[in-house]
Design a protein around this ligand. Structure first.
Ligand code: ASP
Length: 338
C-alpha cells in the first residue's frame, strides 16, 4: 500500500539512516513512482462548496471574500487532522462541519427549502478502507448530517437511513438535535419564494488522503430549492454523489442530483480507472464532460487518487472549490477561468 510521510510521528531515530538509504535507492531506481507531494498538482485534501450558475452581479467583493475565507477555514480544519497523523475519514468530517454551520452553503444551517418550506438534509460518508459507507436522507433535526451519516456507518449494520427513522437514530446516538428552524435563513427563504435557481447551490463535499494511504469522501446538502418534499438527491447515494476506494480514488459530487444518480457518476470514475485503465483526470473529465453532459446534467466533482493527484471538473460557470497540499498550502477557486 502507498504511504506518504504525512503524519508519521513514530519513526525511531535509529531507523533514519536505513530509511534514507532505502529512499535513495528507490528514488534512483524509480520504484517509488511519481509521489512528489511538493508538486502543485498534488493535494492531501480537496473541498467543494457547490457548482452552478453563480451570479457575478450578486457576488460582491465582500461576499466573495467570505466564501473564500470559509473554504479556507474548512480546508485548514481538515489539514490539521491529517498533519497530526489523523485519518482521512476524520479529516473529511472536520472539513465538512464548519461548512454545515456556515449560512453561505446549502448544507446544515443555510440549506435550501423544499416546496413545503422545510429543510430536508442529505449526507453521506465513505471510507476507502473496507470500503465502508454511511448515509442519511431527508433528516430534519440533526445539526450535523455528516455526523449522522458517520454514525450510520459506524454504529449500525446499515448504509442508508431516511426520514424520521434517521432522525431518531441520530438522536439515539447522542448527536446534537435542533428544530428545523435552526437551518432556516432569509436568503434561502427568498430563493424559495422567487424560485431562484442560482441560489440552490452550495452543497459541500470533501475528499482526503491520509498518511496511511487511506482515502475518504463525504458530501452534505439541503438538496435543490423547491424540491418536492421527500425527494432524495445524489448526495446520500453511495456511488452517485460520493465514492471512496483505497488505491483508486475518492469523489464528491455537486449539481443536479437526478443526473448524477442516473449516471452513477461518482463510482463510474473509479470504474473507468479500475477497468478502463484511465488516469483520475481522464476518468473524471469523461464522467463530467462526457457522460453527465450527454445525459443533460449539470455540475461537477472533486476527485483525489491514492497518490495525491486531484482534479475538479465541472460543466457549470463556477464551482466553489479548494485544496490543501501536504505542506499546508491552500488554494481556493470559484470561477471557471481561475
Ligand atoms: N446534488 C445536490 C442534489 O441534487 C444539489 C447540489 O449539489 O447543488 O441534491
Amino acid at each position: 500500500m502507498h504511504t506518504n510521510s504525512f503524519g508519521k510521528k513514530n519513526t525511531q531515530p535509529r531507523t533514519w539512516p536505513l530509511c534514507l538509504l532505502i529512499l535513495g535507492f528507490c528514488t534512483a531506481c524509480g520504484v517509488t513512482g511519481n509521489k512528489d507531494f511538493t508538486q502543485p498538482e498534488r493535494a492531501v485534501l480537496v473541498v467543494h462548496g457547490g457548482a452552478g450558475v453563480i451570479d457575478r452581479a450578486k457576488m460582491t467583493p465582500e461576499l466573495e471574500a467570505e466564501y473564500r475565507a470559509a473554504l479556507r477555514t474548512a480546508l485548514l480544519a481538515g489539514h490539521a487532522i491529517l498533519s497530526e497523523g489523523g485519518s482521512a475519514l476524520d479529516a473529511v468530517s472536520a472539513t465538512i462541519l464548519p461548512l454545515e454551520d456556515s449560512p453561505l452553503f446549502n448544507a446544515g444551517h443555510g440549506a435550501v427549502f423544499s416546496a413545503r418550506g422545510t429543510c430536508e438534509l442529505d449526507a453521506s460518508l465513505m471510507d476507502g478502507e473496507g470500503p465502508r459507507a454511511g448515509a442519511v436522507a431527508g433528516v430534519m433535526g440533526v445539526r450535523h448530517p455528516i455526523l449522522a451519516a458517520r454514525a450510520v456507518m459506524e454504529k449500525s449494520e446499515h448504509v442508508l437511513l431516511a426520514g424520521s427513522g434517521a432522525d431518531a437514530f441520530a438522536k439515539q446516538q447522542g448527536l446534537e438535535t435542533v428544530p428545523n428552524e435552526f437551518f432556516h435563513t432569509e436568503r434561502r427563504k427568498k430563493a424559495l419564494e422567487q424560485q431562484l435557481s442560482d441560489s440552490k447551490h452550495g452543497t459541500v463535499g470533501c475528499v482526503a488522503l491520509d498518511g496511511a494511504g487511506h482515502l475518504a469522501a463525504g458530501t452534505s446538502t439541503g438538496g435543490m430549492t423547491a424540491k418536492r418534499w421527500g425527494r432524495v438527491g445524489d448526495s446520500p447515494i453511495i456511488g452517485a454523489g460520493t465514492w471512496a476506494q483505497d488505491g483508486v480514488c475518492a469523489v464528491s459530487a455537486t449539481g443536479w442530483g437526478e443526473f448524477f444518480i442516473r449516471g452513477a457518476i461518482a463510482s463510474s470514475i473509479a470504474g473507468r480507472m479500475r477497468f478502463g485503465g484511465q488516469s483520475l483526470k481522464e476518468a473524471a473529465s469523461q464522467a463530467i464532460y462526457g457522460e453527465l453532459t450527454d445525459l443533460g446534467g449539470t455540475g461537477g466533482v472533486i476527485a483525489l487518487d491514492g497518490e495525491g493527484r486531484f482534479t475538479t471538473p465541472f460543466n457549470t460557470p463556477g464551482m466553489f472549490r479548494g485544496w490543501v497540499t501536504q505542506a499546508g498550502q491552500v488554494t481556493v477557486h470559484i470561477w471557471k477561468e481561475e
